[in-house]
Design a protein around this ligand. Structure first.
Ligand SMILES: [Zn+2]
Length: 138
């Protein structure tokens, strides 16, 4: 796809490749508001989840089972937000959606890297008062 962002990554963008399988490429996301965020991009230009072959789903499951523990162990992630929105592709006059997932690790505790502290101020944790009432945030 000539106008697809992910089929035409620049050498600069390719420098953020962390892992490549036959079905998926895992990149460190450009937006690190949630430290350790990754983008898991289909290695083939599929335009919707319904186009993914079963082998890609199986491989995605393997990647999830490797990525989440790695982010828990290395950065202390408490949970993860996985999303597959692809909205930006439709902002183009000629949309070229390419299946990808954004993975946002979420943190209960601050993370310090190279002396810089990152805090996850919007993690949806149950407060002790909510917990006592059996209620929580959505
Ligand atoms: Zn593409």
């Amino acid at each position: 796809m000539d106008n697809c962002e992910f089929c035409n990554l620049t050498p600069e963008e390719e420098k953020y490749l962390l892992y490549r399988s036959g079905y998926w490429n895992v990149y460190l996301a450009d937006n690190q508001d949630y430290i350790g965020s990754c983008c898991v991009v289909s290695a083939v230009h599929y335009e919707s989840l319904s186009e993914l072959p079963m082998d890609a789903w199986v491989n995605l499951n393997e990647i999830i089972k490797a990525l989440e523990p790695m982010l828990k162990e290395t950065l202390g992630a408490a949970m993860f937000n996985w999303s597959c929105l692809m909205n930006n592709a439709y902002k183009s006059a000629v949309p070229a959606p390419h299946v990808h997932f954004l993975v946002r690790p979420r943190y209960k505790d601050p993370v310090t890297i190279n002396g810089k502290e990152f805090r996850d101020l919007t993690i949806p944790l149950m407060s002790p008062a909510d917990s006592a009432r059996g209620e929580g945030h959505p």
